[in-house]
Write a protein that binds this ligand. Sequence first.
Ligand SMILES: *[C@@H]1O[C@H](CO)[C@@H](O)[C@H](O)[C@H]1NC(C)=O
Ligand SMILES: *[C@@H]1O[C@H](CO)[C@@H](O)[C@H](O)[C@H]1NC(C)=O
Ligand SMILES: [Zn+2]
Ligand SMILES: [Zn+2]
Length: 304
Amino acid sequence: MAPKSDISLFKVTLLLLLALFSFLSNATANSSPFEFLEHLKGCQQGDKVKGINDLKKYLHNFGYLNYKNYIHSDDDDFDELLEEAVKTYQLNFHLKSTGTLDDKTISQMMMPRCGVPDIVNGTTSMRSTQKHRHGSIHTTVHYSFPNGKPKWPSSKYHLSYAFFPGTPSQATGAIAQAFATWARSTHFKFSQAQNYQNADVKISFHRGNHGDGRNFDGPGGVLAHAFYPTDGRFHFDAAENWSVGAKPGAYDLESVALHEIGHLLGLGHSSVKGAIMSATISPGVTLKSLHGDDIQGIKALYNV
Ligand SMILES: *[C@@H]1O[C@H](CO)[C@@H](O)[C@H](O)[C@H]1NC(C)=O
Ligand SMILES: *[C@@H]1O[C@H](CO)[C@@H](O)[C@H](O)[C@H]1NC(C)=O
Ligand SMILES: [Zn+2]
Ligand SMILES: [Zn+2]
């Protein structure tokens, strides 16, 4: 009898341990969709590590890797193309452009961010394309525009926006504040419309796959995205812990809205850290006013 019960006790203990382990690993996996990056610290060209293919997806999503003609897109090989992509990423975020996934690069990549790619169709006007002058990178202009500089026609400076029916009034109030902030510093005027279908800008909250090919990823990771002119779609990830004002562990709706409106008007991401158009944001902070870089960007784009 004794050996048998020892064995079942062992089995029960093992099962409990397995259950605990899977609970813990799920808990960490759920903490952020970018958590996988933590395990890639120190990786560089020539390495083959599980999770590199997720890094490739990440860099593809944000415009740093073009999957067209990229035969290694689905494996864990840290090849030359991936190294190039990491170097460009590092330049855009003011990091030492080594191509190695050092601690600072991983921390930057793990920050919650906007889902709009930093690079559209292989070109970036973020820091990496700034001309080298006297051996150092020239860093006076940081705002960017996507290829083709899509913008609203000059006669269309008064835009209407509307919320998907049922959007809570706390959310609509915070987002309306963000439109008012842009109106104060640019030639644009905004007014809230009741008719969702006919509005220039259509605002809605979604989870996961919501039909535009840019799936949301649950709590953390990508927080929101918006489309360049004159599309007008403006989407928030409904899975985020949204707040009105600075609350620990939550994302301030007005701050994120301020950023996305920049895309709706035609701005790409800026490499200036304090700019509203910088791609990342931390939980618990609020950004209530535009940076000179954001305003200069709009002035340059609309020639005003
Ligand atoms: C990027 O390229 C695709 C395909 O060539 C094109 O349809 C799209 O308009 C381009 N996007 C921009 C912003 O230039
Ligand atoms: C969501 O934000 C609230 C307000 O700060 C905070 O108390 C809570 O812990 C956050 N929840 C998560 C899951 O982070
Ligand atoms: Zn953005
Ligand atoms: Zn969307």
